[in-house]
Design a protein around this ligand. Structure first.
Ligand code: IMP
Length: 430
């Protein structure tokens, strides 16, 4: 069976959860490799809506083992809440495995995230306020607390008290904030640790052995390529490796073991938080897309910024991920449009540009240049075959694929699992 990475190609919220859920049907493992509960995946099964933040979407499938791997930062308060919510809905979480190497997100990370953002004024990043950046910063400066320590009460207590002492110096002296009480954090978090302990294991070994036994593994990318700490629109990014390569870094599975990469992108563009967004629509058309696509954050409820499909950005991210094909989602959102636009290139300082600039000061100067195509003005949400799509929709997809230099293998026309048109079934084989 295959090892497939599913990764977002823009700034997140591309409906990756739906694609992962689709593949998970035939998979043995679904693995989260980056990020934390700043991610939000919504999956609709038989009119039941499931919202995920840390738990891999694959948990909905009874034979799938859902893995939270090394590269994830895990907030125990949120995670135990998700476990309890799953249990209440009759889903047994015993198939969840958490890496002992994953880092623990603690209350001081959240507090420092908001204090840092507030201190930045106009230069704020627009973080989700979940403490993600400060937690990854601790990991990189080798002062973080990992799962293996967290579930050992003696080690956890020792590490927590020493970390909080240092953090309190920053919180009070630099930001004028209120110190955190280590004892009360310990009392609250040791209860979460008890609940989480049975799930913690050596996930690197688990996945290596699974690969040797030819299990089918789906790597569920969180956030998206332009939010990647190295390859995104820095500093308006998250703090993890969101691109497909992150699947190897964040799990310990070697690059030669990955068979395929599916890049997921919407039929239009969205972004939350700050940072340049060349095809953003600040007019009525942007509002129409937001309403039709219900473009409000799963995690924060924030309205998403909306715009036209940006082929310059997607050509770049498809290349950076080595995407084998693209899953194009939410095509039905454009059903009502008289015409649809695709950004074919930018103009920057009077020059035509087809290569995406990751220097945000250059990107901020980009003026999008559009090609306009006729819309299909028809409800496509129940179309099952590519050949049954209106010719205008087929032409739109063909032009996108040409511009991003990547074939399209799936088209999403609605939230439900069965609202999916498959163009290349080989790409979806597990
Ligand atoms: P952080 O990840 O909370 O530090 O936020 C950094 C930036 O990434 C902000 O602009 C967030 O809005 C954005 N971001 C983080 N996770 C997601 C996501 O899953 N979807 C969309 N944007 C996200």
């Amino acid at each position: 069976m295959a090892n497939v990475v599913v990764v977002g190609l823009l700034w997140g919220d591309e409906a990756k959860g739906k694609v992962v859920d689709f593949l998970a049907e035939d998979a043995d493992y679904v693995v989260r490799y980056n990020g934390g509960n700043n991610a939000g995946h919504t999956v609709v099964v038989d009119d039941q809506v499931y919202k995920f933040h840390t738990v891999p979407v694959g948990v909905l499938h009874p034979k799938v083992t859902a893995v939270v791997a090394d590269g994830v930062v895990l907030d125990p308060q949120i995670f135990t809440g998700e476990l309890n919510a799953l249990k209440e809905r009759g889903i047994t979480p015993d198939r969840i495995k958490i890496s002992g190497n994953a880092h623990v997100l603690l209350p001081y990370h959240r507090l420092i995230d908001s204090l840092e953002e507030n201190s930045k004024g106009e230069n704020k990043i627009g973080t989700t306020g979940r403490g993600i950046g400060p937690c990854y910063a601790d990991k990189m400066s080798r002062t973080g607390i990992r799962m293996c320590e967290f579930v050992d009460p003696v080690r956890f207590r020792e590490r927590l008290f020493s970390c909080i002492e240092r953090k309190n110096a920053i919180i009070t002296n630099i930001y004028g904030g209120e110190a955190i009480d280590a004892e009360s954090v310990y009392e609250e978090y040791k209860v979460y640790a008890e609940q989480i302990r049975p799930y913690v294991t050596d996930t690197t070994k688990l996945l290596y052995e699974a690969s040797k036994e030819c299990a089918g593994i789906v790597f569920e990318g969180a956030h998206a390529s332009l939010l990647d700490i190295d390859h995104g629109t820095y500093p308006f990014v998250t703090s993890s490796h969101c691109v497909a390569g992150g699947a190897c870094i964040g799990t310990g599975v070697g690059p030669t073991m990955i068979d395929r990469v599916i890049g997921v992108v919407k039929a239009y563009a969205t972004r939350v938080g700050e940072g340049p967004f060349p095809t953003e629509l600040l007019d009525e058309t942007g509002e129409t897309i937001r309403r039709a696509g219900n473009e409000y954050g799963t995690t924060t409820g924030r309205p998403r910024r909306c715009g036209w499909f940006d082929s310059v950005a997607i050509k770049y991210t498809s290349a950076v991920n080595g995407a084998s094909c693209v899953a194009l989602t939410l095509l039905d959102v454009l059903d009502g449009m008289d015409t649809v636009k695709i950004c074919t290139h930018y103009e920057i300082d009077g020059k035509k540009v087809r290569d995406f600039p990751t220097d945000v000061s250059v990107l901020a100067k980009a003026t999008p240049v559009y090609e306009e195509m006729p819309g299909w003005k028809r409800d496509i949400s129940e179309v099952k075959l590519f050949s049954d799509l209106p010719v205008e929709a087929r032409n739109y997809l063909a032009r996108l694929s040409e511009l991003i230099e990547t074939p399209i293998c799936i088209v999403g026309v609605g939230k439900r699992r069965d609202q999916t048109i498959v163009l290349d079934s080989e790409m979806l084989e597990m």
